[in-house]
Design a protein around this ligand. Structure first.
Ligand SMILES: Cc1cc2nc3c(=O)[nH]c(=O)nc-3n(C[C@H](O)[C@H](O)[C@H](O)COP(=O)(O)OP(=O)(O)OC[C@H]3O[C@@H](n4cnc5c(N)ncnc54)[C@H](O)[C@@H]3O)c2cc1C
Length: 461
């Protein structure tokens, strides 16, 4: 064993997995996990914990894995995280815990994410539940949205003794974890549903098919339905488009719609009733995790797939692992390329995407070098499907139906970072609804902060 290197993790072969929706990464077994855990030097001043937005006691749980006490490891993780099997699979560890790992200075950091996943999967297979369902204190809290922010806030409040009900607009709980991130990265039944069951085992109730702002308003929840406080974790599900000619053509989709058809409505199964476009040649515009997921889904549905991204590989916002997997599977990357028009045939269906080459200029307000068009470099990629993956913003339904709830220019709810407090008394918010599209773990951190804020508010009221 080379202590400078991560214990390799088993994966499905790239050629095989490009044709199925089974999970790509197969995870560690007990022996591999113990070997990887033994690389951890258990730093006193653990930097990895500082990189974790929910402050998991990382050296503590890894020490338990080293000593074969996997249940102990799970209880340590679940003190801080309601969704460890999810985070172990989708967190950008390279820029968080693993990015700060001292082992990483001279060699490769500890595979913290893969160890977290191993522990959570072991607990799930062995029927271990998180501890801490407290006696009820008689106070009722409504949580809007069942994504990572809502689930975390609800779980933490239930542990403190609150009577918590989550109201979810869709027919299934989980937010982006069920409708956005594909099965091949995050299995729905084996992983997401189990972690949601764990949150429910703390006493949290989940009511699906309730669109807050239509079925019931926040003011009604507070004034008529007997809730003492509300947490808004409604995410950022409204897709953006480019506004270029041809974007209304048949065969142009938002990544959100395309992925929802495949993931939530199971259109990838041949026997599903939900239609999905199985294009011959697909262009996915964008370079984030969502773009990689849409591209890899289209590939698995039988398409040749081109990513079109206006900056260079260095600026790709997707996780390094996702880009690596996408390349291995055969996704074609058209970098420093920007669409200018979508071409239609005489019946209004997409027949191509006209693009222009870009070069990088001076840094812009985001700190990244601004892409600038190269004059006279236009060219056409012949495609029959275009998937736009340009980011999302919060749906205005809640802000427009809640009196006194302040939003900012980006239509995000204004809420304090430390406790989620909004401009309206008794109403707290966190996750993508506040920050705009971000990450699972940041949404979870905001859910935790919101639970603390609500607890302080209700104890002082
Ligand atoms: C395709 C895709 C891939 C991603 N990949 C990654 C990744 O690899 N790693 C990572 O860390 N992050 C990833 N992200 C980002 C991450 O999933 C989000 O940042 C995170 O889910 C935000 O959590 P949230 O709880 O704030 O919102 P969401 O997960 O969006 O959940 C919000 C929930 O609120 C519900 N809701 C909305 N409005 C209402 C209403 N009016 N009434 C009732 N319910 C309502 C929605 O239906 C939804 O279920 C990805 C996102 C997408 C779309």
């Amino acid at each position: 064993m080379d202590v400078l290197k991560k214990t390799p993790v088993r994966e499905q072969d790239a050629k095989v997995r490009a044709t199925n929706f089974e999970e790509v990464c197969l995870g560690y077994n007990g022996e591999e996990a113990k070997e990887e855990a033994s690389r951890c030097i258990n730093c006193k001043n653990a930097q990895c914990m500082k990189g974790c937005p929910v402050s998991i006691n990382i050296p503590g749980f890894i020490e338990k894995v080293k000593n074969d006490d996997i249940e102990g490891a799970y209880q340590i993780i679940s003190e801080s995280s309601a969704l460890p099997a999810v985070c172990g699979r989708v967190c950008p560890q390279e820029s968080q815990c693993e990015g700060k790992c001292i082992r990483g200075i001279k060699g490769e950091p500890i595979s913290i994410g893969k160890l977290e996943r191993f522990v959570a999967d072991w607990a799930s297979e062995n029927g271990i539940k998180p501890q801490g369902a407290a006696e009820k204190n008689g106070k009722k809290v409504a949580v809007i949205g069942s994504g990572p922010a809502g689930l975390t806030c609800a779980g933490d409040l239930a542990k403190m003794g609150y009577d918590v009900t989550i109201f979810e607009a869709l027919h299934e709980a989980g937010g982006v974890l069920v409708y956005g991130i594909p099965e091949f990265r995050l299995p729905k039944t084996r992983v997401v549903a189990k972690e949601i069951e764990n949150v429910k085992s703390l006493g949290v109730k989940i009511e699906t098919n309730v669109v807050v702002g239509k079925s019931v308003t926040i003011d009604e929840l507070l004034n008529e339905e007997g809730f003492d406080a509300v947490f808004i974790g409604s995410g950022a599900g409204l897709p953006k488009f480019m506004g270029i000619p041809g974007e209304q053509a048949n065969g142009v989709f938002s990544a959100n719609e395309y992925l929802t058809r495949s993931n939530l409505m199971k259109a990838f199964n041949e026997d599903s009733n939900t239609p999905i476009m199985r294009g011959k040649k697909v262009a996915v515009v964008g370079g984030g995790n969502v773009a990689m997921d849409a591209a890899r889904t289209a590939l698995r549905l039988g398409s040749e797939v081109h990513i079109v991204y206006r900056r260079s590989e260095e600026e790709l916002p997707a996780r390094v692992e996702e880009v690596h997997h996408a390349k291995e599977e055969g996704i074609i990357f058209n970098l420093l390329t920007n669409p200018v028009e979508i071409l239609e045939d005489e019946k209004g269906w997409v027949k191509g995407i006209r693009c222009i080459k870009m070069e990088l200029g001076e840094p812009d307000e985001s700190g990244r070098r601004r892409p600038v068009e190269v004059p006279g470099s236009e060219f056409v990629i012949d495609v029959d499907t275009v998937i736009m993956s340009l980011g999302t913003s919060p749906n205005p339904l809640i802000s427009s139906t809640t009196k006194g709830l302040e939003i900012n220019k980006r239509k995000c709810i204004v809420a304090a970072e430390e406790n989620g407090q909004t401009s309206k008394e008794g109403v707290y918010a966190g996750g993508d609804a506040v920050t705009g599209a971000a990450t699972v773990i940041l949404a979870m951190g905001a859910g935790k902060a919101g639970a603390k804020g609500i607890d302080e508010y209700l104890r002082n009221k």
